[in-house]
Write a new protein. Structure first.
Length: 216
């Protein structure tokens, strides 16, 4: 089953040369893909395009097997495919950790108590027991990344797009994250400069170079 497909996508930031020209990318259910490539190659931009957060000038984005054209189409897709932003400050916007992680589940219609149970479980999975009342903006970079991951996983999506998930994590938390992901039924695409991390988590690794993805 096709979860996500970028078809012949061309995109440029305003006043800048194209980041992508005719980019193709598919994520099917069960896929566990790694993506690496040089700085500025357009990896993060591809994830933003896939989630409808920036719009291509040409080409099409398909989510869950259907063409995504409106914000409503992308909203539907974002319930099933979670994005971890490269910068946690783009992801976290609530005063406390519990509120940030509960935000998605509450939006999906979970009651307060049920959402808090999901929060407790997700934080514990990632080694963040006792973080519920911590003030988000006071966390360290690695802690913020883990809370962002918790916020994505708490939505219980079918698939996740993770932009540099292991950046700034110590070994213990990185191992916990790997275990949490590998024990899940999730499909994913992970962008990382950490080749070992990708090799442990992904069946296939793609390289983004000159705006295109090629099999390693
Ligand atoms: N908001 C923006 N406005 C203008 N240019 C941007 C913007 N965001 C990214 N770019 C540019 O678009 C290109 C692709 O950036 P992108 O962040 O997608 O690359 P990346 O492959 O994820 O890089 P890295 O490995 O360094 O994270 C770069 O040249 C970058 O400078």
């Amino acid at each position: 089953m096709e979860l996500l497909r970028l078809e012949d996508v061309t995109f440029a930031y305003p006043g800048r040369p194209p980041v992508h020209q005719g980019l193709n990318f598919t994520l099917n259910k069960g896929d566990r893909l790694g993506i690496w490539g040089p700085n500025g190659a357009g990896k993060s931009t591809m994830f933003l395009l896939a989630m409808g957060l920036v719009a291509p000038s040409q080409g099409r984005i398909h989510g869950l097997g259907q063409l995504c054209q409106s914000e409503n189409d992308f909203r539907r897709l974002r319930r099933q495919v979670g994005l971890l932003f490269q910068d946690p400050d783009d992801q976290l916007f609530c005063p406390t950790v519990a509120e940030d992680v509960a935000f998605g589940p509450r939006n999906l219609g979970l009651g307060k108590d049920e959402a808090l149970r999901v929060v407790d479980r997700t934080l514990a999975d990632l080694g963040l027991e006792g973080y519920q009342k911590r003030v988000t903006y006071q966390l360290s970079g690695g802690e913020k990344r883990l809370v962002s991951l918790a916020a994505v996983l708490a939505m219980e999506p079918q698939a996740i797009l993770l932009d540099e998930p292991s950046n700034g994590l110590d070994e213990e938390h990185s191992v916990r994250l790997e275990r949490r992901l590998l024990d899940s039924p999730l499909s994913w695409a992970i962008v990382s400069h950490d080749r070992g991390f990708l090799q442990r988590l992904c069946q296939r690794i793609l390289v983004m170079q000159d705006g295109a993805l090629v099999e390693q």
